[in-house]
Write a protein that binds this ligand. Structure first.
Ligand SMILES: *Cc1c(COP(=O)(O)O)cnc(C)c1O
Length: 342
């Protein structure tokens, strides 16, 4: 096996801790997990296994390819495909253990015709204008005859205090009892923090499971899960007055010990961290530009040698303060990382 100079340490205890906190916030509602985009970059299969062991039963992916990658799914687990069924999905979907989340009149008709009595979920658009059938279509009977497991909607502004939040909640609530749905669901990570009246029967956190802090209320409860670590390829002394990296954006004020690390923007480490990121919990500032596959850090304050490993600071609230969305920061970390859980 070829040894990779870049790895992602994943904290399984922190993942489960975050799920338990989110579940508690939802009161008696069940708490699921969004594992689309390969578990926000952590590896969906590992995330599902760990959360299922903690008691999580309901999982959400975006596409049938993502659903297929999770097969075989444990007996007691439920998997929903958020993008529903395109015509091209039908052959797979009608025979699949996962359920589609039907999003449009076209999808509803397609499903009813081909799979009638098989269980499905339905997304109602309560104001985001992304995916979903309208509340009027629901009232007019569009969903009659479907075996709906979960009737859901999605908040547009859950991470803000915005009048859309209570409006969307009330629009969903108004559909209670109007369909065959066994459960209703609205809240993502941010929505869970808005209070129990947003939890309905089932919540669907993603970001906060993986260490993102969607609202200030969650800040002291959510633990970091993802820790990128890069190998030191070289250590050098940069003489006072010399510069480091492309475009010479950093200049040494004094002789400086500098480590060159195996991570760059092609790995998903944003270029916005140029002269701004840090490593080893703030001890080593990043100096100069982020290159495609390399960065430089000032290691004057610590001992650091070639072939050592350095933890890149990736606390998501700090990352988003630096101007990189926590969602992007997670999902862009790519396949060059070797993942390991501890
Ligand atoms: C991605 C997604 C979620 C999870 O959202 P987070 O903000 O990551 O918690 C929940 N519901 C739907 C429909 C989604 O697309």
């Amino acid at each position: 096996m070829i040894s990779a100079p870049l790895r992602l340490r994943l904290d399984g205890d922190a993942l489960v801790h975050n799920w338990r906190w989110l579940k508690g916030m939802g009161g008696s509602a069940a708490c699921g997990a969004a594992v689309k985009a390969d578990g926000y970059g952590l590896g969906a299969r590992e995330v599902v296994m760990r959360l299922a062991a903690a008691g999580c039963r309901d999982f959400f992916v975006a596409t049938w390819a993502e659903a297929e990658a999770l097969m075989p799914l444990g007996e007691a687990l439920s998997l929903s495909v958020l993008h529903g069924v395109r015509a091209a999905d039908m052959a797979v979907a009608v025979a699949h253990p996962a359920r589609p989340v039907l999003n449009s009149r076209e999808q509803v008709l397609r499903w009813r015709e081909a799979a009638g009595a098989r269980p499905c979920d339905v997304m109602v658009d309560t104001g985001m204008n992304r995916l979903g059938v309208s509340p009027d279509e629901v009232r007019d009977g569009l969903l009659d005859g479907l075996a709906i497991e979960t009737l859901m909607s999605h908040l547009a502004c859950g991470d803000e205090d915005h009048p859309m939040n209570p409006l969307q909640r009330d629009r969903l609530q108004a559909l209670a009892g109007r369909t065959s749905a066994r459960r209703m669901s609205l809240a993502n990570s941010a929505g869970i923090c808005l209070g129990r009246d947003y939890a309905f029967d089932l919540t669907r956190p993603g970001l906060a499971l993986y260490g993102g802090v969607p609202r200030a209320e969650a800040a002291e409860h959510i633990r970091q899960v993802v820790f990128p670590e890069a190998e030191v390829l070289q250590v050098r002394t940069v003489k006072a007055g010399e510069t480091v990296g492309y475009n010479a954006t950093w200049r040494a004020e004094r002789d400086t010990r500098v480590a060159i690390l195996n991570i760059g923007y092609a790995d998903g480490y944003a270029r916005a961290f140029s002269n701004a990121g840090t490593a080893e919990r703030g001890r080593f500032p990043l100096i100069g530009r982020v290159s495609m596959d390399l960065v430089a850090v000032d290691v004057s304050t610590g001992d650091c040698g070639e072939s050592g490993w350095i933890e890149i600071d990736y606390n998501l609230p700090e990352v988003s303060a630096a101007g990189v969305s926590a969602y992007e920061a997670l999902t862009r970390l790519d396949g060059r990382f070797t993942r390991y859980w501890r």
